[in-house]
Design a protein around this ligand. Structure first.
Ligand code: NDP
Length: 599
């Protein structure tokens, strides 16, 4: 029986909420789905230029035979490198196009950049490096510095090939090697390749007319031009004091930089298509006494605690106690308690009611902060709270109380045009000097465009063709026809809210396989076609429970902009990260390399 009284108890008008959510979704559907965005290439190529680069350091081309090549030097790639060292594999290389380690934190230097999962669980290897984060949510430069610390601590820089772009990767069956060619004319013969190029590493722009006609300055948030704005990550952007700036997008990135732009620009226009949910941040300095008191092994225990909490597992203590865990606390409140048996309909109804409750709480927060009721109304999110990446900030909403800040609400349509002098929404043109695109990234792993260079496997098959209808893999790591290649990322495996925790697990799994292969002198490991197909079937079956929710969601990169087949959430393991971890540990314990053909 469905507990209809649940909504009455909480004073919710369920019918009104359902119809409002559906109407808001309907006006946001863009028939072009993910194709509405343009890649930063061709005429837009300069948007990907590195503003931090001090020029390319010359070096001679490298021709080497190596055991492992890691592509990407963000936390994922660095964790894989650390696992190589633990496995006593010393003959490896890390390639990255940036001029230093850091990945996301190398590129994203926008003002206010901050991790939005707690530093104590997001910054990897704190135990090992003996580092204490300065705040519960560390800022970008500290995160970037931590990547460099890991590099120095584990002596990884001697393996690095920086400012180096991979141009092609081709499997040589006779050699049993990947031949990897770079733009520095390197030629690496790698026994194993780990792709850790990150799920969100290629900036994207909205495909709206007129971008190239704009006469002012434009840049993407991940390529912040401090030369133009002045200042640094904490603001003080003195050169903006006589500038009108438009920031396009109101996602997790934009909400971090808006308060700084509001403080420093003469005028700021915030172009909104969909309002974000903005929960409490509650950042605070680290209590050094508490941090010193933590026992060895505390970090992995804390990661596991967060993972369990955000997976709806009933545990006694919430160690992290933040906006994320509070969110899940409410969202999972309706799950069956010990011994309780409920129908799927009852489960879905309860989940909907608790989701609506969270939505009401977040909308009330907008009213409590934003002083102008008409602006507050436009800043309210009317969609399920997990339809988009939830955002947290104690400064974003208050920015709209500043006289120099204008919310340009596009009523779900998006920016219509960029003119030589500004931005246009409907008939209204806003003249601006600078446009900042906080419009996110191509989602690697679900689009099949995760690498921007040709990867040719057995029989010269292109990986992009293998992925033409979506990613295909076993467990998200191994691909049929692409032997000895492993992927780290968030496609087709157990998705965790804490990316670092996920990357640790994945790099450990991959290095387990590589180390076993090397010990046993295997030269070729490849997912079988059957195992790959079975895994796709498993993913489809396991994602049934979330598909209806994703269909009902407002478009976002979570649901493939409304194309659920292409959605990355539907393409992760629907049994959840805890079940997935168990699946991996059982697979390792079994020791038979199930689903892989091994020679
Ligand atoms: P998102 O993809 O999340 O947001 C892009 C924004 O651009 C959305 O508000 C989107 O609107 C808007 N947009 C897109 N097209 C148009 C258009 N034509 N006109 C107007 N607006 C438009 O990108 P972010 O960079 O904010 O975040 C990307 C991811 O990076 C996050 O999901 C998160 O995983 C990660 N992140 C993590 C952080 C951390 O840990 N510290 C901080 C920041 C980001 P709409 O919502 O309607 O699509």
């Amino acid at each position: 029986m469905i507990t209809k009284s649940l909504s009455d108890d909480h004073g919710l008008d369920i019918d009104m909420l359902r119809s409002r959510y559906a109407a808001e979704k309907a006006r946001r559907i863009n028939p072009k789905r993910s194709a509405q965005f343009v890649e930063v290439s061709g005429q837009y190529k300069s948007f990907a230029d590195d503003p931090s680069s001090v020029g390319v350091s010359p070096r001679a081309p490298i021709e080497e035979d190596i055991d492992v090549l890691i592509i990407g030097a963000g936390f994922g790639g660095l964790l894989a490198a650390v696992e190589c060292i633990k496995a006593k594999i010393g003959n490896f290389r890390i390639v990255d196009k940036a001029q230093d380690f850091g990945g996301t934190w190398y590129w994203n230097r926008y003002p206010g950049a901050q991790c939005d999962v707690e530093s104590y669980i997001y910054m990897p290897l704190l135990d090992e490096t003996g580092y204490m984060p300065s705040e519960k949510y560390a800022h970008g430069p500290e995160l970037f510095e931590h990547a460099r610390r890991i590099g120095h601590h584990f002596d990884l820089y001697r393996h690095a090939m920086l400012q180096t772009n991979v141009q092609s990767m081709t499997w040589q069956e006779d050699e049993r090697r990947w031949v990897v060619v770079t733009d520095r004319e390197d030629r690496l013969h790698a026994r194993f390749v780990i792709s850790a190029s990150g799920p969100l590493s290629h900036p994207r722009l909205p495909g709206i007319p007129g971008i190239t006609s704009f006469k002012g300055r434009m840049f993407h948030t991940s390529r912040w031009d401090y030369g133009y704005t002045g200042g640094d990550h904490l603001g003080g952007m003195s050169r903006l004091k006589d500038k009108r700036v438009a920031v396009v997008g109101t996602g997790a990135t934009a909400i971090q930089c808006v308060p700084y732009l509001a403080r420093d620009a003469e005028h700021l226009y915030v172009v909104q298509r969909t309002p974000p949910t903005v929960g409490v941040r509650g950042n605070k300095p680290t209590d050094a006494g508490w941090f010193k008191s933590l026992p060895p092994g505390w970090q992995s225990a804390r990661m596991a605690n967060f993972n369990a909490w955000t997976s709806g597992v009933a545990i006694d203590e919430d160690l992290v106690k933040d906006g994320w865990t509070a969110l899940y606390d409410l969202l999972t409140a309706g799950m069956p308690k010990d011994g309780e048996s409920i129908t799927p309909e009852e489960g879905a109804y309860r989940a909907e009611v608790f989701d609506f409750m969270k939505g009401e709480e977040l909308r009330a927060r907008v009213d409590s902060i934003v002083t102008r009721p008409d602006v507050a109304e436009k800043l309210k999110a009317w969609y399920g709270v997990m339809c988009k990446r939830p955002a947290f900030s104690d400064a974003y909403l208050a920015s709209f109380n500043c006289e120099n800040v204008t919310l340009v609400d596009t009523e779900g349509r998006g920016l219509d045009e960029i003119t030589p002098d500004g931005i246009k929404v409907g008939d209204l043109e806003y003249p601006v000097d600078c446009i900042v695109f906080g419009t996110g990234f191509e989602l690697g792993g679900s689009t099949g465009r995760s690498s921007h260079f040709p990867i040719r496997g057995v029989g010269e098959e292109l990986l992009s063709e293998h992925f033409a209808n979506g990613v295909r893999s076993l467990h998200g790591f191994y691909v049929h026809g692409f032997p000895n290649m492993f992927m780290i990322g968030n496609g087709q495996n157990g998705f965790k809210a804490n990316y670092t925790d996920m990357a640790i697990e994945q790099s450990q799994q991959i290095l387990h396989v590589i180390a076993m292969a090397m010990q046993n002198e295997f030269t070729r490991i490849e997912a079988t076609a059957a195992a790959e197909s079975d895994w796709i079937d498993t993913l489809i079956e396991k994602s049934q429970a979330v598909r209806a929710g994703l269909e009902a969601c407002t478009p976002s990169n979570f649901n493939g902009e409304g194309d659920v087949e292409r959605s990355f959430i539907a393409n992760t393991y629907g049994g959840g990260p805890i079940e997935f971890s168990k699946l991996l540990s059982d697979w390792r314990a079994d020791g038979k390399f199930a689903g892989l053909s091994v020679e």
